[in-house]
Ligand binder design. Structure first.
Ligand SMILES: Nc1ncnc2c1ncn2[C@@H]1O[C@H](COP(=O)(O)OP(=O)(O)O)[C@@H](O)[C@H]1O
Ligand SMILES: [Mg+2]
Length: 272
């Protein structure tokens, strides 16, 4: 069950591409990677658009997408597949990675550093020119179908030495760095996602900029684009501005009362 919850599937072809506003040349880089069969690593803070970007690109390229939200319990078997008991018989059931390899889909490993160490091992033969997946349990060796692409994301901001990719793994990927978009672009994204008018989104984005400047001092992570969208959606739905900001842009960032007071001072500075 847990395995299912962590996996989503988006069909290729007909799916209308979800809205994505590019920050730079990431669309062109991803398209080039796709046409050269190269795996891609997306680096950047939480909630800055990495997952949305992959969903957008998969639809654009007309390829099915398997997204796996990695967590510390996720093992190689969760990706590859396992024997399951079905009506008294044991049958092999492909995991999302195996399905993507067979179908020529994109497999997206979200927050890949969270996964167990054995996961990276199965990625190696898929990320060099062998492009194959050995299924030790069934003895099968699957050559990746045309269109198969491996994409992974991680957040280099977490200063956790145990949770970073080994050079032997990361040097198999092209890498694209993501960050929160510049103000004008972020206003555009938040307005479109929330339905709140751009002139009302503008101070929220300005506040976010100030909150992000606190990163490293009092805050481990600055406020994400996702959280600004939450605040804007609450306001668009009729909630008082200060209440929405508190719920979406202050409380999620810290539990510390002093830090919170400092953040609320920034709100006053921006909103008066
Ligand atoms: N450039 C962008 N274009 C469109 N939507 C964006 C963009 N950046 C962020 N978003 C919005 O922010 C939300 C969070 O982004 P997401 O892709 O889930 O972040 P990440 O995967 O980096 O943690 C998305 O659901 C989307 O609404
Ligand atoms: Mg994500």
């Amino acid at each position: 069950m847990q395995m299912k919850d962590a996996i989503t599937m988006q069909t290729g072809g007909a799916a209308k591409a979800p809205f994505y506003l590019p920050q730079g040349d990431e669309v062109a880089v991803f398209e080039a990677a796709a046409s050269h069969d190269l795996p891609v690593l997306l680096k950047g803070p939480t909630g800055c658009g990495k997952t949305r970007f992959v969903a957008h690109m998969a639809a654009r390229l007309g390829r099915p997408l398997y997204t796996v939200a990695c967590h510390d319990d996720l093992s190689a078997a969760d990706l590859i597949g396992r024997y399951l008991l079905k009506g008294g018989e044991t049958v092999w059931v492909d995991g999302p990675l195996t399905r993507a390899v067979r179908e020529g889909a994109i497999c997206y490993l979200d927050e890949v550093v969270e996964a167990r160490k054995d996961v990276t091992v199965v990625l190696h033969p898929l990320t060099d020119d062998r492009r194959m997946l050995p299924l030790d349990r069934t003895g099968e060796e699957i050559a990746a179908a045309p269109g198969f692409m491996l994409v992974a994301s991680y957040n280099p901001g977490y200063q956790n030495i145990l949770k970073t990719l080994k050079p032997s793994t990361r040097q198999r990927f092209l890498a694209v760095e993501f960050d929160f978009p510049p103000q004008a672009l972020e206003i555009d994204v938040v307005a479109r996602e929330s339905g709140l008018a751009p002139d009302r989104v503008q101070p929220l984005v300005r506040l976010a900029g100030k909150l992000r400047d606190m990163k490293g001092q009092d805050l481990e992570e600055g406020v994400s684009t996702r959280l600004i969208i939450y605040a804007a959606s609450l306001i668009a739905g009729g909630m008082q501005v200060d209440r929405a900001i508190q719920a979406a842009m202050i409380e999620p960032l810290t539990d510390d009362a002093d830090t919170k007071r400092g953040l609320l001072d920034l709100v006053t500075a921006v909103f008066g």
